[in-house]
Design a protein around this ligand. Structure first.
Ligand code: AQP
Length: 332
């Protein structure tokens, strides 16, 4: 089986609809076809300040949400990044083969640091894509399921894998991004020209999966739509309606063309009202399942302990090979 690896941050508490449709849904699908490793990336979370108690609670909450979304610990390896120290160890190695200019070209860093200001931007935030490279290469991943915003980081991963392999001999699988075109970028409901994001979106434009269902329904019903009244999928001309159609189609498994036919001549209101119902039907059981996992900490802990053990076995072997190729003296 090919390998898959991906990670999600525990920073915001609730996952949002972009995280779910762009990434987590693909995690669930790939556990059927791949030897899949998924982690909650707490090392990445601390690139911006975190309250320790919140970080701990949000890490558990992220695991509970991954299970609620359909990850099955019998079919994938689910773990917390800091439980596998090899991530930080290979991360350092990768820092040492990354050009400063190369890292400086990462657009996510440019965006996030611009927002935070130079004084509050950490070196950790700067090198976070390089730690992500190590995350992926440690597992010899073939496929990395992510949203479009991560494409550049996967390109960096490919470059560094090839550089290391070229310099020291074949060590790492060169991975490919697994980006599902239709849901690669879910947009803010209030500004459908920007991606839905925990830090950039307005609260009304951001659908958190753990919001009260009635809040979610209201956000969907008050989504910004476009001029005109026709319901057609046209991302350039009608970004608001197209985003709603994408969400509707994906959550219900209905082709977009069928939705266009169903809503022909009906106007935006009908589409939004029905999508609000679809969303409520989706988030209500999701929220309940998440809560049930949270109330069973023994199960969560044992899933994470087993996951860390399986992950470490793979990660330790890759790290040992990399250390050897570099010329580190083996510890006796
Ligand atoms: N709007 C989105 N559409 C599709 N995919 C998305 N992802 C995030 N937003 C969208 C994907 O979700 C996965 C987990 O992302 P993360 O934990 O790294 O969170 P993030 O990218 O930091 O999420 P945000 O909300 O976008 O946070 P900020 O505001 O900090 O940038 C990734 O695979 C990501 O592609």
């Amino acid at each position: 089986r090919p390998r898959a690896l991906s990670g999600i941050q525990p920073t915001a508490g609730s996952f949002h609809l972009g995280n779910y449709l762009g990434a987590v849904r693909q995690y669930v699908a790939l556990q059927e076809t791949h030897d899949a490793f998924y982690m909650v990336v707490d090392l990445h979370a601390i690139t911006v300040p975190q309250d320790p108690a919140d970080l701990r609670a949000n890490t558990r909450l992220a695991v509970a949400q991954l299970l609620a979304a359909g990850l099955d610990p019998q079919r994938c390896t689910l773990f917390v990044q800091s439980h596998v120290p090899e991530h930080a160890q290979l991360g350092w190695v990768m820092n040492c083969i990354t050009g400063f200019g190369e890292a400086s070209r990462m657009t996510q860093f440019k965006d996030k640091s611009a927002k935070q200001g130079a004084d509050r931007t950490t070196v950790g935030l700067f090198t976070y894509p390089v730690l992500q490279v190590a995350d992926i290469l440690l597992y010899q991943a073939d496929a990395v399921p992510v949203g479009e915003d991560q494409r550049q980081h996967i390109e960096l991963t490919r470059d560094l894998a090839e550089r290391f392999n070229g310099r020291f001999g074949h060590t790492f699988t060169v991975p490919s991004p697994h980006i599902v075109k239709e849901t690669a970028k879910i947009y803010d409901l209030q500004d459908p020209t920007v991606k839905m994001s925990k830090s950039a979106s307005t609260p009304k434009g951001l659908v958190n999966l753990l919001d009260e269902p009635k809040v979610t329904a209201k956000k969907v019903r008050s989504a910004v739509t476009d001029t005109g009244s026709e319901i057609v999928f046209d991302p350039a001309g009608k970004p608001g309606v197209s985003n709603l159609l994408t969400i509707f189609a994906t959550l219900t498994g209905t082709p977009v063309a069928d939705l266009e036919n169903r809503y022909a001549g009906k106007g935006y209101g009908a589409l939004k009202t029905d999508l609000a119902d679809v969303m409520v039907d989706f988030v209500t059981p999701f929220k309940e399942r998440t809560q049930a996992y949270l109330e069973d900490p023994e199960t969560l802990d044992s899933v994470l302990a087993a996951g860390a053990e399986k992950a470490r076995a793979v990660a330790a072997e890759t790290l040992a090979a990399a250390y050897d190729r570099i010329g580190f003296l083996p510890a006796k």
